[in-house]
Design a protein around this ligand. Sequence first.
Ligand SMILES: Cc1cc2nc3c(=O)[nH]c(=O)nc-3n(C[C@H](O)[C@H](O)[C@H](O)COP(=O)(O)OP(=O)(O)OC[C@H]3O[C@@H](n4cnc5c(N)ncnc54)[C@H](O)[C@@H]3O)c2cc1C
Length: 393
Amino acid sequence: MRDIFNNHSYTFAHRSTKELKQLVRLFRLLSNPRISKFGIQLMKRFGHIQLPGIQHLQRWLFRPFYAGISLQACESTVVSLSKYGVHSYLNYAIEDSSTESEFDTNCAMVKKLIIHAGKTNNVPFSVCKPTSFGHKHLFQKINAKQSLNAEEQIAWNRIMNRFRSCCQTAQEHGVALLVDAEEYSMQIATDQLVLDLMREFNISKAVLYNTVQLYLVDGNHRLQQMHNLATKEGFYLGLKLVRGAYMEKERKITQKYGLSSPICASKSETDISFNAAVYYCVKHLANIAIVLGSHNEDSVSQALQLMDRYEIAHNDHRIWFSQLLGMSDHMSFILANKGYNVVKFVPFGPMDKLVPYLARRAEENTAIAGQTTKELELLLKELKRRTTTTKEL
Ligand SMILES: Cc1cc2nc3c(=O)[nH]c(=O)nc-3n(C[C@H](O)[C@H](O)[C@H](O)COP(=O)(O)OP(=O)(O)OC[C@H]3O[C@@H](n4cnc5c(N)ncnc54)[C@H](O)[C@@H]3O)c2cc1C
């Protein structure tokens, strides 16, 4: 089944030759650990500075990973992906909001994106991040079972209202809403909040999806607890399954406070945990719907095998595969070509807001063993194929 990812004939169909050449230069740069590390640190530190030279460099460096600065600018990416059966979900880059008016603005943006998604078949999902709707410390207090004072309770109610109004908009416009997972210290509070809303909105299908990070030791346990609740109370459980993106941050927190790590002791344990979660969900599709957010070929291949074994149609609406724009594009295109549901995470926004997200992606791409080299190999192969085909014509 893993062989499925060896056929690359349509992998870069959405990219022009000029774009491919640009990508080759970029991935050559990223494959040099010293240069890429230095470049990423530079961007993180000075990314917010709006000098034309810096902005030009940023746009070039990060071009494969974002769709543009405005919603209109995303349109061409969404349309070009859709030509190959790949859907999109749009994410307006928001980092570090701290005031009530910023949280309201973020909520209005999520609703705007949901309404926009509802107008097309190419954008079946929208997404939101808990800390874009309220202060992290409120989630952390609830997580730690500490009671909120009167002022905090009012702020927490505002968070719930922001979530609820986004769910209502999603339901009205026929779009599913994914809630991202962030730091472990706020996850139980997020689970509770999202489950409460699932009871309300996931009555006839999954409108709202929670995210489970399977690098967490308790990831599968919490998943099964959520499923038991959904079964008992008769609602659909929507889940985005991911390995988890906050490993370094979690390590720093546990070291600082002398806590035991919530994260699996090794990559292979995380892999086992992730694959177990996929297996569990595929077996319980009667009331679970999943978005499998991964670039890992083994995990995705195992999911495909399970779908075969349980005779689940490739385009069953309860299973979606998702990759980030500019990462493992070959997987997205191959899966879509075979008729599976695929949705790309497509970020956009002003460059200074995107930089922290994009720097994480570039870091991730260089950190994932062999990922950059693999992307580079695929790009060179495709460029060679195009040159040969042009010569033959
Ligand atoms: C569509 C989509 C949505 C996402 N949404 C979220 C989200 O809401 N929240 C979030 O946190 N992340 C999210 N991610 C990121 C995701 O959690 C992973 O960081 C990323 O996808 C890499 O994992 P992988 O399965 O693609 O690839 P792989 O290369 O197989 O796995 C890399 C991952 O394995 C884990 N890992 C690596 N080394 C170790 C180790 N030594 N010990 C234990 N575990 C290790 C880490 O999670 C690392 O990111 C999302 C990813 C996608 C594609």
